[in-house]
Write a protein that binds this ligand. Structure first.
Ligand SMILES: C[S@@+](CC[C@H](N)C(=O)[O-])C[C@H]1O[C@@H](n2cnc3c(N)ncnc32)[C@H](O)[C@@H]1O
Length: 247
């Protein structure tokens, strides 16, 4: 366990993993998704990392859960985190992690260790898929009753292409959770470009939507209905937005 960097605090029965996200934060995030009634449903968790939301969906009675990721699974996370902390402390933007051969190992997937440990100890039936959602064969992936797209949108360079692809694998509800921005005129469908380390001192963040921006993007991507289920708390310029989009 020593060499595993955990993003999620996962209750494995005899212990809870020490994740970057605390158990309380994860419960709060889960409540904010307003996902109900997963019994018997098929669920796709895009960008699952250690799988907390996939395992939660399984616990909630989902009939089938597919957990998809590739990016952090390909990283040597303890080294990448040390590099990120060092850049943050020196006030510089990290070089893209996948351009660094000592960090990037898509052949051996060291960053999947946490997901795999939890999978084994929970005796889970969640199905992991190692693939880049932006290039993977969507016909082979199929369609799902519920799609989770949590914390991924602002990481993609082409958000409209991304949501069109999310739309293609959805046959019911898609839940999108993202960093979001408040601007004075809330009706304007804007996205802020963050090409450097503006968000969380991290590289690999690109576009931060306003609430109207995300609604407009979902519509442009072909979703029929979009509803905000967790909006901006008063007084904050940056927050986490959750919408339900339906086909
Ligand atoms: C901020 S983390 C969010 C993790 C988790 N969904 C959560 O909310 O705690 C972003 C995740 O998206 C994954 N990701 C980013 N781009 C991806 C892509 N194109 N295909 C698959 N996964 C991707 C990353 O590897 C990472 O696990």
């Amino acid at each position: 366990m020593e060499d595993v960097f955990w993003w999620h605090s996962i209750d494995l029965g005899d212990r809870v993993t020490e994740g970057h996200k605390s158990p309380e934060l994860l419960e709060h995030e889960w409540a904010n998704t307003h996902v109900r009634d997963l019994a018997g449903k098929s669920v796709l968790d895009i960008g699952c990392w250690d799988g907390w939301f996939s395992y939660r969906a399984e616990r909630e009675g989902a009939a089938r859960v597919v957990a998809l990721d590739h990016y952090v699974w390909s990283l040597d996370l303890p080294r990448q985190q040390a590099y990120w902390r060092d850049c943050r402390d020196r006030g510089i933007t990290p070089e893209p992690y996948h351009d660094q051969s000592e960090l990037w190992h898509p052949d051996t997937l060291p960053g999947k260790a946490g997901f795999d440990i939890a999978h084994k100890e929970l005796q889970s039936r969640v199905e992991p898929i190692v693939t880049d959602f932006m290039t993977t064969d969507l016909d082979a992936l199929g369609t799902f009753d519920v799609v989770f797209y949590f914390g991924v949108l602002y990481h993609v360079e082409e958000p409209l292409t991304a949501l069109r692809r999310v739309r293609r694998v959805s046959k019911g509800l898609t839940v999108i959770e993202t960093e979001a921005l408040v601007v004075e005129d809330r009706t304007r469908p804007l996205f802020e470009l963050v090409p450097g380390a503006e968000v969380n001192a991290d590289v690999g963040n690109w576009w931060i939507p306003t609430e109207s921006g995300l609604h407009a993007l979902c519509k442009a991507a072909g979703f029929r209905e979009v509803e905000t289920v967790a909006g901006a708390p008063p007084g904050l310029e940056r927050y986490r937005l959750v919408v339900h989009a339906r086909v």
